[in-house]
Design a protein around this ligand. Structure first.
Ligand SMILES: [Zn+2]
Length: 142
């Protein structure tokens, strides 16, 4: 029975029962699509570390960021340079959970970006700053 196959609940592709059990009924691509690109083991690790909420919130920021950054010429060069750096730092930390989270560096970038921003982008950066410091606090107590 170990090799028995069942259908994915979403796309109907045949998958191993072990995959089905691990993912709550989905093939790996469907599972990852439903969970912001996380594998079941990564999802469990995030939950174990108490960081799952941060991951969800961060993904929402990243999606929203794309929209609010568009069409603001003056700051867009700086943002398009630094946001991926900040994003890599935060989502990299959340995803692999190794090493130390360097929130101070993010906060330095954000201060510079905020000084050159206004309106929607300033609000967006302020939210990221708040998120960043909450994550710093959360990781200190882990
Ligand atoms: Zn599927």
């Amino acid at each position: 029975m170990q090799d028995a196959k069942v259908n994915c609940n979403k796309c109907d592709v045949l998958i191993l029962t072990s995959t089905f059990n691990k993912s709550g009924g989905f093939c790996m691509p469907c599972f990852m699509k439903l969970n912001d690109g996380l594998r079941p083991s990564e999802l469990n690790a995030l939950k174990d570390r108490g960081l799952f909420e941060f991951f969800i919130r961060w993904n929402a920021f990243v999606k929203k960021g794309g929209a609010s950054v568009k069409g603001n010429g003056r700051i867009i060069d700086k943002l398009s340079h630094w946001l991926p750096v900040i994003n890599a730092s935060i989502s990299g930390y959340l995803r692999c959970g190794k090493g130390k989270f360097d929130g101070q560096k993010n906060s330095d970038y954000l201060v510079k970006l905020k000084a050159a921003s206004e309106g929607d982008i300033l609000l967006f950066l302020t939210e990221i700053e708040r998120f960043n410091s909450e994550l710093v606090k959360a990781t200190k107590t882990l």
